[in-house]
Ligand binder design. Structure first.
Ligand code: NCD
Length: 318
């Protein structure tokens, strides 16, 4: 993709060079922020930034993604406006999500971040809007900025992504995070495997041939990076998943016993929200290898970097 002027909807769009560009600018922003609690002064052509507008249109719950886009926008000097409560919007009067997107795009924000449940009509419309769109999590398909901040965190703590062994655990079938990560991490030269109950095995072509571990401890022993996933209850609809949460926890929850098999220099990631006791135990959350909050911190710098590149901002990096 060309980072300037295009929408960012899928991890698949990025070239290795663009990933490098995003990461090196995010690193510069983070380093400057640690020194001066700001990084907007690194932007060379930032005149009028206070007039730039970021529109957030979220029709599914979000804590991290929405707020980190807003904070990243504010750090760049932009304003953000958010529509995140469909019950107060015309969606509740019967307007379709596609028409809602068309109308917000007609107000000409500089960037629009969208999140919604699986909706093929909306997927088609966001490709065609007269403003640049960033995918902030669409149904079970993709969440590309999450995969960028995950890869950035791996690079930060493991020194590289290439050659890393990433074990994704849990509800892979319903996880947009897992799909975007598989695409991005493989492009960057990592090996990806998963460990999931039969009912949560991925079934799309993307995952054909991807290694899977039936036994959690074997996967943990193999991995240098562990990525937990939330069980996506809201996406199981009324279909019974065939096992209880107690059974799930018994086989797929990562706790102190499993951690004994993990690389002492490895890292543990989770996109959040973490449901403690189901995916990771409290013990795991307190382990020094757990980088869940570092992921959240990095999300701000990675999103600021991505947005600044999409807006054609030039940054002085010494
Ligand atoms: C995820 C999401 O919404 O896709 N969270 C996030 O954006 N950080 C994962 C989830 O909800 O389980």
């Amino acid at each position: 993709m060309s980072l300037v002027g295009e929408s960012f909807l899928s991890s698949e769009q990025l070239t290795e060079k663009e990933i490098d560009q995003i990461f090196s600018r995010a690193t510069a922003f983070k380093a400057e922020f640690q020194r001066k609690q700001r990084f907007d002064h690194l932007i060379r052509n930032g005149e009028g930034m206070g007039q730039r507008t970021l529109a957030l249109v979220f029709s599914e719950p979000s804590t991290r993604t929405r707020m980190s886009f807003q904070i990243a926008g504010a750090r760049l000097g932009m304003r953000s406006v958010a529509l995140d409560n469909p019950s107060v919007a015309s969606l509740s009067k019967g307007e379709t999500l596609e028409d809602t997107f068309r109308n917000i795009a007609a107000m000409m924000p500089d960037l629009m971040v969208v999140r919604y449940n699986t909706n093929i009509d909306a997927d088609a419309v966001i490709r065609d809007l007269p403003c640049r769109v960033i995918n902030g999590g669409t149904g079970t398909s993709e969440h590309p900025t999450q995969s960028l901040l995950d890869a950035f965190t791996i690079q930060e703590f493991r020194g590289k992504v290439k050659g890393e062994k990433i074990l994704i655990i849990g509800d892979v079938l319903h996880s947009r995070v897992a799909n975007s990560n598989l695409m991005l991490l493989r492009k960057m030269g990592a090996e990806v495997a998963y460990c999931a109950p039969a009912q949560f095995e991925p079934n799309n072509d993307l995952w054909k041939g991807v290694r899977s571990f039936a036994n959690l401890n074997e996967g943990v022993q193999w991995a240098t990076v562990i990525m937990g996933l939330r069980v996506q209850k809201e996406r199981h609809q009324s279909v019974s998943i065939g096992f209880s949460m107690a059974e799930y926890r018994e086989r797929f929850r990562l706790g102190g016993d499993q951690l004994q098999h993990f690389n002492p220099e490895g890292i543990l990631l989770h996109p959040g929200p973490v449901i403690r006791g189901i995916e990771f135990s409290a013990f795991v959350m307190n382990d020094r290898r757990c980088k869940v909050l570092d992921q959240v911190t990095n999300g701000v710098f990675v999103r600021a970097s991505l947005m600044s590149l999409m807006l054609g901002l030039e940054v002085q990096t010494k």
